[in-house]
Design a protein around this ligand. Structure first.
Ligand code: 4NP
Length: 172
């Protein structure tokens, strides 16, 4: 399991999860990760936001297929409105998690890394206990099964990430 970068902001540890449009993968990841954080009692220690590298869908609700996959697993997707990861975002976050390698490449020029700590920018699935270091595949142009797969990988990765947060932020 990768080490987390240290906290650089005041207040809670801030995580941004980022995909392309911020209507499918990163809003699902933010909602599920936030639910795991609340269950672990870490909601005053860690906050999660999501955004897209593209601004095409800014202000829009979640993709209806992503929302349906969440509702069928008892999450409430209704509050989400898409946001754009613009140049003001990087400085505000301790950990920035890209959903796929294209998102990672788009974010790399925006995120300054210090030499002496684990990277602030990495793949979300670097924390996947089953198949680490791989993409959360873009389900937008595919069928509903793609959204079920996204939810599966996001649920197990979020659980592992919360264990790392508990270990490194609270128990350490
Ligand atoms: P997301 O999915 O990056 O997971 O939100 C996409 C949403 C929209 C588009 C592509 C991917 N699009 O081409 O509009």
């Amino acid at each position: 399991m990768p080490q987390l970068p240290p906290q650089r902001t005041d207040g809670p540890y801030r995580i941004a999860v980022v995909c392309l449009g911020n209507i499918c993968r990163s809003p699902v990841a933010a909602l599920v990760l936030t639910a795991r954080i609340e269950e672990a009692g870490l909601d005053d220690r860690v906050v999660v936001d999501s955004a897209g590298t593209a601004d095409w869908h800014r202000g829009q609700p979640m993709d209806s297929r992503a929302a349906e996959s969440l509702r069928s697993a008892d999450y409430d997707p209704s509050a989400h409105r898409a946001r754009h990861f613009d140049r003001t975002w990087p400085e505000r976050y301790d950990l920035i998690l890209a959903m796929d390698t294209n998102n990672l490449a788009d974010l790399t020029p925006l995120v300054e890394e210090g030499a002496d700590h684990p990277p602030r920018l990495r793949l979300f699935r670097d924390f996947d206990p089953v198949d680490p270091g791989t993409d959360v595949p873009d389900p937008y142009f595919g069928g509903e099964e793609g959204f079920a797969d996204v939810l599966d990988m996001v649920e197990r990765t979020s659980a592992a990430l919360v264990e790392a947060l508990q270990r490194e932020l609270v128990d350490a």
